[in-house]
Design a protein around this ligand. Structure first.
Ligand SMILES: Cc1cc2nc3c(=O)[nH]c(=O)nc-3n(C[C@H](O)[C@H](O)[C@H](O)COP(=O)(O)OP(=O)(O)OC[C@H]3O[C@@H](n4cnc5c(N)ncnc54)[C@H](O)[C@@H]3O)c2cc1C
Ligand code: FES
Length: 272
C-alpha cells in the first residue's frame, strides 16, 4: 500500500439512512447521517459499503451534493446501473452500513473575482451542485449548464437547489438542456456552453459528467483560454491509493491516481 498523508484522511464511518427516494428516471437520492459530514469538502467522495450481498466486498464510490456538518447529514444522488447501486436503492430509513471517507481531492476555489461557469451532465450533477454552493458561500457569481438525455432523467430537485445557490446574483443564468429537446434547450451541454462563452467572460469552468462531454467542455475552455477543472470517474477498487486500478493518463505521459490525486483534475493536464 502506498502510505501517504492523504490516505490517512480517509477513515471508516458508520452511516444510517434518513431517506432514500427515486428522484428521476433511474436516479435515487439518499440522505444519511454520519460523522463524515463534518469532514467532507465539495468534490470529494465516499466509498459506500452496500449491504445485501456478502460476496461483494468492493465499496461503491459516490460523490455528494451536500454535506451538512451541523445536522451531520450527507446527500448523495446515484444512478442505478448495476448490482451495488440496485442494492443501495433498496436501503430504507434506519438501515445502517459503513463508508470510507473523505476520499480524494475536490474542487479548488478558482482564483480571481470573475464569473465561473459550471457544466453538469447526467448524474455528474451532484458534485457540481456542491461546487455551486461552495462558490455561493465564497460570494462568487456563476452560470450553470445542466444537461440530461431527456427531461425524465434530469434530477429536478438538484436544478432547483442550483438556482437557489445562484439566486444572490440576478444576472446569473442556469440553462437546462436535453439531448432530445423534451425539457429546456434542445442539444448538448457543449452547445449551450459555446453560446455562453460567446456572450460572457469567465474566470474558470468546473465540470462533471460523461467523459465524452467533459472532453468537449475541456476543449472549449482551452480554446477560450479559461482554466477548467473536471471531476473524473474511474473504476475503483479501494478508493484510497492501495490498488492502482484507477489511473488517469495525463498529457505529459505520466499517469495519476483518480482516487488520490483526483477525482478533480486540471482538465488541461488530462489526456482526454
Ligand atoms: C469518484 C467517483 C464519484 C462517483 N460519483 C457518483 C455519483 O455521485 N452518482 C452516481 O450515480 N455515480 C457515481 N459514480 C459512479 C458509481 O461509482 C458507479 O456507477 C457504481 O460504482 C456502479 O456500481 P454497481 O455495482 O451498481 O455497478 P457495476 O455492476 O459495478 O457496474 C455497472 C456499470 O457501471 C459501470 N461502472 C462501475 N463502476 C464505475 C465507476 N467507478 N465509474 C464509472 N462507471 C462505473 C460498469 O462499467 C458497468 O457498465 C462515481 C464514481 C467515482 C469514481
Ligand atoms: S481505487 Fe485503488 S488506487 Fe485508486
Amino acid at each position: 500500500m502506498k502510505a501517504t498523508r492523504d490516505s490517512a484522511r480517509a477513515h471508516l464511518f458508520d452511516f444510517a439512512v434518513v431517506s432514500n427516494e427515486q428522484v428521476a428516471e433511474g436516479a435515487w437520492c439518499m440522505v444519511f447521517k454520519s460523522e463524515v459530514a463534518a469532514l467532507l469538502a465539495p468534490g470529494e467522495f465516499v466509498e459506500v459499503s452496500v449491504p445485501g450481498d456478502p460476496s461483494q466486498v468492493l465499496r461503491v464510490p459516490l460523490s455528494f451534493s451536500r454535506a451538512d456538518a451541523e445536522a451531520g447529514t450527507v446527500r448523495i444522488e446515484y444512478a442505478v446501473v448495476g448490482d451495488g447501486t440496485r442494492r443501495l436503492s433498496l436501503m430504507r430509513p434506519g438501515d445502517t452500513s459503513t463508508l470510507v471517507g473523505p476520499c480524494g481531492h475536490g474542487w479548488r476555489l478558482p482564483g480571481g473575482e470573475g464569473r465561473v461557469l459550471l457544466v453538469a451532465g447526467g448524474i455528474g450533477l451532484p458534485p457540481v451542485l456542491a461546487a455551486a454552493e461552495m462558490l455561493a458561500a465564497a460570494g462568487r457569481t456563476f452560470d450553470a449548464v445542466v444537461g440530461a438525455q431527456r427531461g425524465s432523467k434530469l434530477v429536478g430537485v438538484d436544478v432547483d437547489l442550483l438556482r437557489e445557490a445562484a439566486s444572490a446574483d440576478p444576472a446569473s443564468r442556469v440553462v437546462v438542456c436535453t439531448d432530445d429537446g423534451s425539457l429546456g434547450r434542445a442539444g448538448f451541454t457543449t452547445d449551450a456552453m459555446a453560446e455562453l462563452l460567446a456572450e460572457r467572460s469567465y474566470d474558470a469552468v468546473l465540470t462533471c459528467g460523461p467523459t465524452v462531454m467533459m472532453a468537449g467542455v475541456a476543449r472549449l475552455a482551452e480554446g477560450a483560454g479559461i482554466a477548467c477543472q473536471a471531476s473524473l470517474e474511474r473504476m475503483m477498487g479501494c478508493g484510497f491509493g492501495a490498488c492502482s486500478c484507477c489511473n488517469v493518463a495525463m498529457r505529459d505521459g505520466t499517469s495519476r491516481s483518480c482516487c488520490m490525486d483526483g477525482p478533480v483534475f486540471n482538465a488541461g493536464e488530462v489526456a482526454w
